[in-house]
Design a protein around this ligand. Sequence first.
Ligand SMILES: Nc1ncnc2c1ncn2[C@@H]1O[C@H](COP(=O)(O)OP(=O)(O)OP(=O)(O)O)[C@@H](O)[C@H]1O
Length: 688
Amino acid sequence: MKQNLQVNQENTSQEVKEYVPSQIEMWKFYWQFIKIDWYILIGLNCQWLIESVLHTRAPFLLLNIKDQLLNIDTQNYDLFFWLIVEFVATHIILQFFSFIQVKVTNRTSKMVQQNIQKQIVDHLFTLDIHYFEENKATSLHQIILQGSEQIGKEIQYGRIFQKINQFIYFASRAYFIYIQNVFIFISIAVVAFICVLLQQYFTKEKKKIEKINSKICEFESFALDEILNNMMLIKTYCKEEKEKKNLEKIMQKNRDSRQKTLIYQQIISMIQSCSHEMMKIAVICHAFYYYLHNTTQHQGNLNNQNNFQQQILSRNLGEIISNTYCILFLVRDFIQIINKSTDDFYENRKKHIGKVMNLFKVKSSISQEKVYESQNGEILEGEITFDNVCFSYPARENKLTQDYKMIQDQRVADQTNISNLIASKEINSNSLQTYGVLNKLSFKVNPGECVGFVGASGCGKSTIVKLIERYYDTSQGAIIINGKNIKDVSLQALRQNIGLVHQEPQFFDNDIEYNVTYSLEGNYTQEQLNKVLEISGVNEFILDKNRFPLGLKTLIGNKGVKLSTGQKQRIAIARALIIEPKILILDEATSALDAESECSFQKYIEKIKSYEKMTIIIITHRLSTIFNCDKIFVLQSGTIIEQGTHQILLQKNSIYANLVKCQLKQNNQDQNLSLAHKDSVETNDSLF
Ligand SMILES: Nc1ncnc2c1ncn2[C@@H]1O[C@H](COP(=O)(O)OP(=O)(O)OP(=O)(O)O)[C@@H](O)[C@H]1O
């Protein structure tokens, strides 16, 4: 059982790593996206078949025309005329096909891309919430857009046929040269092979450096980000010079690495141009050999030597031109095909596809059938029991931060070769430590009770909420709601019965009404809405016609930027209440409310407690919010160390009582401060 859970945790905590799949892996993966559209497939097949035949025939046709031209006086003109017509028609058809191809390719590419995007998004929706906690929205965004685009490009029909066509095109040219002069073909193949080998070697070396380079670039931007984000801290501790020096060192390494890449790039392009030149020379040498050979062979047999030599010369010159043309094409294609599998563009494409492949490897810890299983609409009573619950977060691996830390460590040790560091720094994920956040935590909340959780920062209060919502599963022990282990309740039923307000709630870039009634999808009455607006205190600000002339229809902007933190929290509270939950969880939900609003909120809690049987869990640092709770749990290092009502806990005169004293002292200090401030302002005023 424990092992199973561990496996699940490993699966669900997988980060979106950089992974370059092999071509075979990619093709296996593509298979699940390939949707065969028979009409397009048959149409394209026919088109490419004809196109391939035409491509194969075109050079022979040109040769025939040339032969006819050389013997124009003896040959019939009709044949010559029809050859010209065939030649022109062939090229018109090929142009037309290339036009069609662009259209079909674009269309299929779009279709395939949309289909893939949908499948990626569908898969994302099946993942557990904590996957989104652990992965940045921007990187997921990138995977959806760029990943689908790259897969789309690879498996669109156009591309598949392009590849087949390229092969046929290549084979037809190779055959053409072979029957013209086999030695040309062999020598070109040898030259091309050597050049390509050299090129590949240097490309690999260049890539190694580029890899290091891109890492250093990342470090550089990361270091820069760190400095910009912590400028206040740096200035507070006067560490400007230290940070400047650190940044300069990273920048210098970046410059050195770039320089090396540049040298390799120059060598590669030199080989490229050299290979072309060498091939041209090989072609010309062979052509001259061929010419001289033919001339001596025919010299003794012909009477009209001058005339024949002219013919041979023109014939051979024609062949030289057409052969050179074909060979250059062949070699260019050959080099391009080999290069394509190694160049950066293809490597990047593979990386994008690798990210999507990785994403599909991540599976939810909860079976998808269980999410929306038949208990849909089931009403849970608000009884919650934690029975010896242990929990630790799956180890999180923030690779960039670790790499950056290692760079800093290395800097301290003053080891200069950054490449060695990167190569030697294979992070062993097994070595990452996990630690217990909740340790044998047990408590019981009865239906309709209002309980408060208090404790020092980091003691595990919010973690309890995450477990109740089943963002994570417990490592040991059980959480029982309604007499059932929450692992046996469908996720939908569980979450439909819980109204949760986070400290930093999320919002859609829409109006207030949309955000408040989001969960009800339009199925609510005005009365319902008014009730929650009143209770949560949203009415207090939206009825202010000067600031909110559109009232509920006021747009709140991206992530609710147009609202204050307090206003956002009130909207979030209204949103949680409108589903009439059996359990209401307020995780630091009133931290941004002013004292007055908080007071009215407490009155509201009293109100719902009296007529709706709702279990309320309040997690807070403001102890005044939980004075009236039926039960207060004091947490320390993931276990409950005290519990009881406010009065009982005060009488105990232990940890809770100390917390209350500390907070009262703090409040008094704040009050004195504000009074002192008020006095000083008044004194200053009187001075004037
Ligand atoms: N997603 C996470 N991955 C790894 N560790 C986490 C994660 N979330 C929280 N933690 C760690 O778990 C511990 C408990 O966190 P939790 O948020 O439950 O504390 P808390 O009592 O609610 O604190 P606060 O009062 O400051 O909100 C902390 O030490 C925190 O660093």
